[in-house]
Design a binder for this molecule. Structure first.
Ligand code: NAP
Length: 259
């Protein structure tokens, strides 16, 4: 399917690896020029070089922490006038409800709620003026059904979800859509670190931790970053202009809910 976005320009945050990289590659395949970001310059440059080689699109890299005000200013400056924004950052650490104090919550809110809000606030006016824009926020299945060990994620991402629900309906008239993609477990470094937490808590091997988690997923496997990226690229396509303010689960059926 031609996504109809060849020649558009996208900022994809936290995109040297994992789900962000999946989104960057799928957009590049559709002919979108990219501004990519991550903290570590080596992996970022390697991912950007692969994308230039594979898809022939222009890729600019910005190595910085996107959860800081300085980092946001840096990526926005490099991005200039963009048509597509994909927000993403690392997820908060696991624990239990009694572990976290105010500083932990502030860090999680900064990374997983206030950063995407700041980026949207910066780019939405220009998208609206030009009459076209797409924003996809990478959130988590934890906004639909809480994950006990990820209380910081449950809290911060639900705050972002509320903001998007209200804001998306105020910008849609100008041809700008905002939607959230909610990953369930995907085979990325994040999944490895979550599985490692299980091995430590339960005294089991990585293989056992993975098998145990896969058994809870109707699809009986972890998702891939390629599948995730394809869904993101579709939401950013010309075909998705009537999809507004939605929270789309990509979880192999793992979240046991009706709607
Ligand atoms: P990942 O494989 O660990 O990749 C994270 C990417 O983000 C890397 O490129 C990393 O590069 C970059 N990054 C992290 N923190 C950053 C920051 N502060 N500023 C700029 N770049 C940053 O993670 P993932 O699995 O793709 O997960 C992406 C998001 O989805 C996370 O918020 C995660 O919690 C959420 N999620 C993932 C899953 C899953 O199963 N994978 C499930 C639910 C939710 P650097 O480290 O070099 O900065």
């Amino acid at each position: 399917m031609d996504l109809g976005i060849k020649g558009k320009r996208a900022l994809v945050c936290a995109s040297s690896k994992g789900l962000g990289l999946g989104c960057a590659r799928a957009l590049a395949e559709a002919g979108v020029a990219l501004v990519m970001n991550a903290r570590g310059a080596d992996a970022l440059e390697a991912a950007a070089a692969d994308i230039r080689d594979d898809f022939g699109v222009e890729v600019t890299t910005v190595a910085c922490d996107v959860t800081t005000a300085d980092g946001q200013a840096e990526v926005l400056e490099a991005a200039g006038e963009i048509d597509i924004l994909v927000t993403n950052a690392g997820g908060p650490p696991p624990g239990v409800w009694s572990d976290w104090d105010r500083e932990d919550f502030i860090a999680a809110l900064d990374a997983n709620m206030l950063t995407p809000i700041a980026l949207m606030k910066a780019v939405l006016p220009s998208m609206m003026e030009r009459g076209w824009g797409r924003v996809v926020n990478i959130t988590s299945q934890s906004v639909r059904a809480p994950i006990g060990v990820l209380g910081l994620s449950n809290a911060a991402r639900t705050g972002l979800t509320g903001y998007v629900a209200g804001t998306s309906r105020q910008v849609a008239h100008a041809g700008v859509t905002i939607n959230n993609l909610l990953p369930g477990i995907h085979a990325t470094d994040r999944a490895v670190s979550l599985d490692k937490g299980v091995t430590e808590a339960q005294g089991i091997s990585m293989e056992e931790a993975k098998a145990q988690r896969e058994a809870t997923i109707p699809a009986r496997r972890y998702g891939t970053k390629e599948e995730f990226g394809a869904a993101c690229a579709f939401l950013c396509s010309q075909h998705a202009g009537f999809i507004v303010g939605q929270n789309i689960l990509l979880d192999g059926g793992g979240t046991n809910i009706t709607m």
